[in-house]
Design a protein around this ligand. Sequence first.
Ligand SMILES: C[S@@+](CC[C@H](N)C(=O)[O-])C[C@H]1O[C@@H](n2cnc3c(N)ncnc32)[C@H](O)[C@@H]1O
Length: 289
Amino acid sequence: MALTADNLLKERFVKSAQADNAAAPYVLGESNTEAERLLVLDAVYGETSRVWLRRAGLREGWRCADLGCGPGHIAFWLAEQVGTSGHVTGVDCAKLFVNLARESAHQRGLSHALFVEGDGSAPPLPNSTFDLVYSRCLLSHLPDPLAVLQRMAALAKPGSAIVVEDIDCGGGFAHPESPARMRHLELYQAIVRHHAGDPLLGRKLPRLFRAAGLIEIHVEIVTPIEPVTAVKRLYPLTLAGLKPALVRAGLATNGELDALIADLHAMADDPAKTVSSCPLVQVRARKAA
Ligand SMILES: C[S@@+](CC[C@H](N)C(=O)[O-])C[C@H]1O[C@@H](n2cnc3c(N)ncnc32)[C@H](O)[C@@H]1O
């Protein structure tokens, strides 16, 4: 399907997000709806992710791991960059996303992009093997991000690159500000914490990288803003995806959430509103040689 945020019908997202996601450990669940939301997420952050990965020295022949790879958007791009003299292994706990990634890699002729179902906290991959160990928006969903970072370092060859990008939901803006966006951020933080994650992980990443013994640490923060249409659309899509978990946790009612999702779509449709995404903190470093 061609990706533009606007070709993803609002009603379809809202309805299917209500229907699936039951009891998945990842707060946004494992569903086609979430796979499509992750396309929108990649439309928001993907360009800056690719720039950041290039700055980590990515080149032909590299062996790369992508933990919490989802349906594989970054993994496919990595595979194109490293060519067939390198390879990419994506790991995700969601069988559906792993299957989607495998199918898509096959269609793209990327036989050197492999996808494995597994826990990103304990990935079933060999130590000291990879030139790049990467993860985007996974660690903020896990209870012990330092342990995951240490595991990422163990997978890397000495001297190799470790790159993490993750959200910090304490920032971003709309102008004029939208009460629905503010409430959405409050609910996002509450439900991620309820699932043992940390919605403010972004700001903690530099300290975690130091604690993991990594060297040459570089940090940036990106907050994409219009005219990327996906920036605005990601808000209602995310809240729709969180709806089952929020209702289950007793943090909001269906009625409140439906009204908020409608307001967030109205915000997205309003050309007079300037809206930024939540900040994404990007960190790159090396494992000591
Ligand atoms: C916010 S999405 C990010 C996906 C992808 N990295 C991206 O940026 O497009 C988080 C991903 O982590 C996966 N995930 C959550 N918990 C996991 C775990 N314990 N082990 C492996 N994957 C996990 C989810 O299935 C989902 O695909």
